[in-house]
Design a protein around this ligand. Structure first.
Ligand SMILES: [Zn+2]
Length: 324
């Protein structure tokens, strides 16, 4: 059978675990060049047993703002049929035309189906969920095989039980959802997208993100974002937003020691290493906006570097040809 739902997770053969496409991208760019592409199998146990391949699309392209938004996503491989019990096959819910007369819940579900990886629930707690072992059994046990040399196993994302909502604690995945929704849905449809945030309840996706120019000291518990430039301090860095708040400079500082201790620092370094080729970076951070003791500037503080997602800005004209 062919999958009828967007495939949001797949089993990575090299890493021997299930990943979202965003996690696959992070692992891909965490490799030392030359980087090897991954092979993916369907996340459902009966499909995996039959070697059903799934295609990872554009996870080997860095997250970047381009005139046309193209998201990383998984796609069914036309040469493989999926098992009737596959979690991505759902006969009971054939794709229906998006109509404005549909009831709001149906319409919301239809809107989300237009996107590659629509998130229903975001858990801002980046720690491993306690019940993970139990939920993973519903989607197949992780393999016991060790990862090949040179690859560090990423922290597991909470698995989603069959037919339930898509849940993640991966901020970068939420950011990709936001970016794709904003790029591909009409402004009216985008306004209706909702997100359940663990500990906060249901909010509109739009309201969970706040551009830094509309932020103020004391803001927290939402994703603040904006464009700016990076200054390096050894392996650490300071990101300075273009927009000021009441004339005050806003920055986000990560010390060298903090970068060194961070598991995905190589990925951040890889993104920031393109500073000469892009006009700016866009930083998305789930943190607290605090006034400096002097009252002259503000700093956006993140308590966990996993609460930081970086998107490359458009290429500079003079560097466009230098892109790999
Ligand atoms: Zn399958």
């Amino acid at each position: 059978m062919k999958p009828t739902k967007p495939i949001t997770r797949a089993f990575c053969v090299e890493l021997q675990q299930e990943l979202s496409i965003v996690a696959a991208r992070r692992e891909y760019f965490s490799q030392e060049p030359p980087r090897a592409r991954f092979e993916f199998l369907c996340s459902s146990e009966p499909c995996r047993a039959q070697g059903v391949k799934v295609t990872g699309v554009r996870y080997d392209v860095k997250p970047q703002d381009n005139p046309t938004f193209v998201s990383a996503h998984f796609r069914a491989n036309p040469h493989y049929d999926h098992h009737a019990d596959c979690e991505w096959v759902d006969d009971s819910d054939p794709e229906t035309e998006l109509t404005s007369s549909s009831d709001p819940q149906t319409r919301l579900r239809q809107l989300k189906r237009k996107l590659d990886d629509a998130i229903d629930v975001f858990d801002p707690n980046p720690k491993e969920p306690v019940k993970e072992a139990a939920t993973r059994e519903m989607v197949g046990k992780p393999s016991e095989q060790p990862a090949p040399a040179g690859l560090v196993l990423p922290p597991r994302e909470p698995a989603t039980p069959r037919y339930s909502e898509t849940r993640t604690n991966n901020l970068e995945r939420l950011v990709d959802f936001y970016r794709q929704a904003r790029a591909e849905l009409s402004p009216e449809d985008f306004k209706h997208l909702t997100l359940r945030v663990a500990g906060q309840g249901e909010v509109t996706l739009r309201s969970y993100f706040r551009h830094i120019k509309y932020a103020q000291a004391g803001d927290k518990d939402r994703v603040m974002f904006g464009g700016g430039l990076v200054e390096r301090y050894g392996v650490g860095f300071k990101f300075v937003f273009f927009d000021r708040i009441d004339g005050k400079r806003v920055s986000l500082y990560v010390s060298p020691a903090r970068m060194q201790a961070y598991r995905s620092s190589r990925y951040i370094n890889e993104l920031l290493s393109h500073a000469d080729e892009v006009k700016f970076f866009t930083f998305f951070a789930l943190g607290n906006l605090v006034m400096s003791p002097s009252g002259k500037s503000l700093s956006l503080e993140v308590d966990d570097l996993r609460h930081l997602a970086i998107v490359l800005g458009p290429a500079r004209e003079d560097a466009a040809s230098a892109e790999e």
